[in-house]
Design a protein around this ligand. Structure first.
Ligand code: RET
Length: 237
């Protein structure tokens, strides 16, 4: 097994076991079951992507000599909207009328991943960094929605759900902000480390963003009472 395949196989094993463990440990009460489902489905999707990568599906050999794994972007474009949706619906106290920010966040997030892929496939150096900057702009849009309007709404609603939103938001932001830094330093960017270093770095990030975050987030929901899950409505206006 070569130096790049090992972290991919490990990723498959950790993600599949993580998915099962999060489901087993997660809250099964009707009010919180969807969060358990979100967080166990995310590593299941990632396990599938890691399996594809380990088996050599969707590897593009780029003209600069680096290998591009298409399955990573396919994984991220599906899993990051699920993670964002879970976070935002908690912040908005799960009230159906408050779903306003879910769609814009998903659209910006999907654009962030798709334009990140554009950056990775760009053979022209200038074009690559233009796409990178555009992807970062979409990411800033996502961050704005989370720390701006959704935060304002959650503060108005208050209670234990608001605390869970803020705690999960901090965890998510810290981990997600490392992805573009890792990308810019890795083989796709300035090439400060090689393909094996890249595969290990993304493995650590992916396991933290999906499995550890999934455990921590679902554990926080488990501590809530049914009264905390009571859907509250924002004041009119
Ligand atoms: C890229 C490169 C271009 C610039 C930016 C990026 C951001 C990626 C992020 C990925 C998050 C992935 C997660 C996966 C696990 O579920 C595409 C690396 C801004 C934030 C959380």
């Amino acid at each position: 097994m070569d130096a790049v395949t090992l972290p991919l196989v490990l990723g498959f094993v950790i993600m599949s076991l993580g998915s099962l463990a999060i489901y087993a440990h997660g809250d099964k009460r009707n009010e919180f079951l969807h969060h358990t489902q979100f967080h166990s489905v995310v590593p299941f999707i990632a396990a599938t992507a890691y399996l594809a990568m380990a088996l050599g599906i969707g590897r593009l050999e780029m003209s600069g000599g680096e290998t591009l794994f298409l399955a990573r972007y396919a994984d991220w474009v599906v899993t990051t909207p699920i993670l964002l949706t879970g976070l935002i619906v908690a912040g908005l106290h799960e009230h159906p009328r408050h779903s306003t920010y879910v769609l814009p966040a998903i659209v910006l997030d999907a654009l962030m991943i798709i334009t990140g892929l554009m950056a990775a496939v760009s053979t022209n150096e200038a074009a690559k960094w233009v796409w990178f900057a555009w992807s970062c702009a979409a990411f800033l849009g996502v961050i704005y929605l989370l720390v701006g309007p959704v935060m304002k709404a959650t503060n108005q609603l208050g209670g234990a759900m608001a605390k869970v939103y803020k705690a999960n938001l901090v965890f998510l932001l810290v981990v997600w902000l490392i992805y573009p830094i890792e990308w810019a330093l890795g083989p796709q960017g300035i090439g400060a480390f090689d393909a094996a270093g890249d595969a290990w770095a993304i493995l650590v990030l992916d396991v933290t963003a999906k499995v550890i975050y999934g455990f921590v987030a679902t554990a926080r929901f488990k501590k809530l009472s049914l009264a905390d899950a009571e859907r509250q409505e924002l004041p009119r206006g």
